[in-house]
Design a protein around this ligand. Structure first.
Ligand SMILES: Cc1cc2nc3c(=O)[nH]c(=O)nc-3n(C[C@H](O)[C@H](O)[C@H](O)COP(=O)(O)O)c2cc1C
Ligand SMILES: CC(C)CC(=O)C(=O)O
Length: 391
């Protein structure tokens, strides 16, 4: 019998009868406000902020909110199974933790605490290239759990080659290549405070421990840290890359490769033609292009274009179990959870991240059951209101 994530609600109620109330909210949209009181203005602005006036991040929420679920009844939902097959692996639920760099700005245990939480709950953890902790250390923390690595595709080919080799040697199996950040987006909240984590030495751990990166510096990092940070800022992304360059990654990575940041069906087709295994439909949580379309609005087009060739994952704006349900209904195989787990980490370390994962999956389990579904696979476009008065 598969685990019923919904049972978490009775743990909370029974804990309440014993006098223990949940330490964090169970409505994950409330976490940001709490984190705001806990974190300094710089870190909270960096995490919560978006490109331009924040309109793309709002469009992400609106694109999901516009869809409404149409529940079905009397369909025997007593035994449910949230597990899904993604990229040749079986996941206990259609959710993974999105790659988020620089986590030491919100909690001293940073990626280690987030990785421990993901491993404890069995959901994949995607380690960012821009983590505060080197990838080898997080690989040890993850142990037998799924190890996925997110690559910022550096300008310097040797650094990319070295990152891939280190990731492979430390047991990462899935490579997630983020394509929407060859340059940092225009982020007024950070610009107004002149706040950028890298300038505080955060997010460079993988680079400052990399022989190929260090070979490009005129002086060792400790002798001229500012020059090292500037070198990092100038090379972590590469706006000069084009589709044929993907052949280099395919050649140097044996396992599945997933391209993150895809928003156009033609780009999804190019990904499939280049021998990729999956895409993440994402606009980086509205942090890159101001004025962009809500990510959920472009999901169905990408699924139509490549759903039969690639695993289509989704992120940007997911805050609840019903948001996950809607992404599944629009054709995603699984979703990545972003900011909510960062706020959970900020507020209560590993326990906070576990709380966020368990709330999200309990709510998803209940949304499935109460809408008449036993598995993610049974959810489809007909689970959403079509807008014509007929469900
Ligand atoms: C503080 C922060 C740092 C991030 N760092 C990375 C990163 O290093 N690599 C990456 O691919 N995406 C990064 N992202 C984007 C997330 O992977 C994900 O696409 C985004 O958070 C989804 O939007 P949401 O948080 O609104 O749901 C970051 C997002 C945030 C909020
Ligand atoms: C630019 C990165 C290194 C971090 C990131 O992806 C982000 O802040 O959105």
């Amino acid at each position: 019998m598969a685990k019923h994530w919904a049972d978490f609600q009775y743990e909370i109620y029974l804990g309440g009868m014993g006098g223990a109330v949940p330490r964090l909210p169970t409505d994950l949209t409330r976490l940001e406000e709490l984190a705001e009181h806990r974190l300094g203005a710089g870190p909270v602005g960096y995490v919560a902020g978006g490109a331009g006036d924040g309109g793309t991040a709002r469009a992400n929420r609106a694109a999901l909110a516009r869809h409404r679920i149409v529940p079905r009844l009397l369909r025997d939902v007593g035994e449910r199974d949230l597990s899904v097959e993604v990229l040749g692996r079986s996941l206990p639920a259609p959710v993974a933790l999105a790659p988020v760099g620089v986590l030491s700005i919100v909690h001293p245990e940073a990626e280690s605490a987030a990785a421990r939480a993901a491993a404890a709950q069995g959901v994949p953890y995607i380690l960012s290239s821009a983590s505060s902790t080197p990838m080898e250390q997080i690989a040890e923390v993850l142990g037998d759990a799924e190890r996925w690595f997110q690559l910022y595709w550096a300008k310097d080919r040797e650094v990319t080659r070295s990152f891939l080799e280190r990731a492979r040697n430390s047991g990462y199996s899935v490579l997630v290549v983020t394509l929407d950040t060859p340059l940092l987006g225009w982020r007024p909240r950070d610009l107004e405070r002149a706040y950028l984590p890298f300038l505080h030495g955060v997010g460079t751990a993988n680079y400052f421990s990399d022989p190929a990166f260090l070979a490009g510096l005129a002086k060792p990092v400790h002798e001229d840290p500012n020059a090292a940070v500037l070198h990092f800022a100038g090379m972590f992304g590469d706006p000069g890359k084009t589709w044929p360059d993907l052949a280099f990654l395919r050649e140097h990575w044996d396992g599945p490769i997933v391209l993150k940041g895809i928003q156009h069906p033609d780009d999804a087709r190019l990904a499939a033609d280049a021998g990729m295994d999956g895409v993440v439909v994402s606009n980086h949580g509205g942090r890159q292009v101001a004025g962009a379309v809500g990510a959920a609005d472009v999901l169905p087009g990408v699924v139509r274009a490549v759903g039969d060739r690639l695993a289509v994952l989704f992120d940007s704006g997911v805050r609840s179990g019903d948001d996950v349900f809607k992404a599944l209904a629009l054709g995603a195989r699984a979703v990545l959870l972003g900011r909510p787990y960062v706020y959970g980490l900020a507020l209560d370390g590993q326990a906070g991240v576990e709380h966020v994962i368990r709330c999200l999956l309990a709510e998803l389990d209940l949304t499935l059951a109460l809408s008449g579904h036993r598995t993610p696979a049974s959810v489809g476009r007909d689970s959403l209101y079509a807008g014509d008065g007929d469900a």
